[in-house]
Design a protein around this ligand. Sequence first.
Ligand SMILES: Cc1cc2nc3c(=O)[nH]c(=O)nc-3n(C[C@H](O)[C@H](O)[C@H](O)COP(=O)(O)OP(=O)(O)OC[C@H]3O[C@@H](n4cnc5c(N)ncnc54)[C@H](O)[C@@H]3O)c2cc1C
Length: 415
Amino acid sequence: MTSSKDSSWVMNLPAFDTKPKASGYDVVIIGGATMAANTAWFLASNPDFKGRVLIVDPDPTFAKAQTGASNNCMRQQFANPINVRIGQFAAEFVKNFRANLGGDPAVPDLSIRSFGYLYLSDTPALTEVLKRDQAVQAANGAGTRMVSAAEIVALYPFYKLDDIAAGSLNTRDEGYYNAPLMVEWLIRKSLERGVDYIRNRVTAIGREGDRVTSVTLASGEVIAAGHVVNAAGTRAGQVAAMAGLKLDIQPKRRYTYVFRAKRPLDRDLPLTIDPTGVHFRQFGDDYLIGCPPMGPDDTMAPDDFAAEEGIWERKLHPIVSNRIPQFKEVEIVDFWMGHYDYNTFDYNVVIGPHDQVRNFHFTNGSSGHGSQQGPAVGRGVAEQIIYGGFKSMDLTPFLHARFAKGERVVERAVI
Ligand SMILES: Cc1cc2nc3c(=O)[nH]c(=O)nc-3n(C[C@H](O)[C@H](O)[C@H](O)COP(=O)(O)OP(=O)(O)OC[C@H]3O[C@@H](n4cnc5c(N)ncnc54)[C@H](O)[C@@H]3O)c2cc1C
């Protein structure tokens, strides 16, 4: 089956010029989607920042970017305490979006459809992992609780759970939010505050010793840069290499189907992480289901969106209709595929300045949770540029320097 469209949504932004207004900027952001929008906003809205910012992206529709393929959910059910807190900041940022963007009534009110995330376990070993993670999450203020199969069925009678031992559930600030609208308004408000955005591609980065100095555009212009931010998603490794730096980010395929049930459920379906690795959830009045490839989780070229045949028939429908028998009769209404920017070192975001080339900054490798991590990452990178360190949230363990030290900060709870 081929994708019915390139992405899950359409971006409503002005038509950007290809030419920059200036020959030099204090900050040049390479890539113009989620991470760029957040970084630009947290720079432009900080009264201590007086510089000029340029965002460069060849395709501000984000049709082939992760941002365009995202399932747009947030959660706090992570194994790593920092990721729990990043999820909490995402929830606060979204729930108070208009106020956080300065109170302009034109900015939409955003909310979270908190149908929750439900992790299901079918083995004692997995139950132990969920228990450990639940303790970390609870200690950091998340609303996660362990639930038995009987408790799950009492809350959601539509599941068939004969093989399930337990689950972990949080319905507080976990679920869907309108991430596309968030990104769109972060960009709009950054433009209002003087950020420049061009439709172009960076093809080279100038470097002198331990500083990057410029970017070269596909159209030939060389733009002087005080700081360079790598927000190039699945191409982040290529962009780092332009500055002579190593970053191992691998594009990995993830499929998304939307289906309509002949008999819809009588209550919201939590984002359910089945022990098979398939996940499904409420999607408006329909349902969304996502998964990795059936075969090996190969690293793809960033522009290779070839899909395996038979994913729905052979994998997804059997799994979801086994778990929820009411889903035996459904029809597919949409399908798309995107790439995660996978950090195979420890499945966690790489953020902040390079330890030697200190004016080159990373925002990469969220491994499938970067929509929700955007606000914390953007704020952290902005603080690094303005103050030379993190102020609001200590993200030090996620610095690029961990690669050289061999210090993995593993995030187990990657979907
Ligand atoms: C199927 C799927 C489902 C997901 N679901 C969720 C979810 O539910 N919750 C969640 O939090 N996260 C989710 N994610 C992850 C999330 O979408 C990403 O982490 C996030 O969008 C990353 O944003 P980004 O700005 O870093 O990268 P991207 O959105 O990939 O954008 C990178 C941009 O860089 C540009 N670029 C690349 N090279 C250059 C260059 N040389 N010059 C200029 N520009 C360049 C590209 O054109 C692109 O627009 C999902 C991802 C996928 C694929």
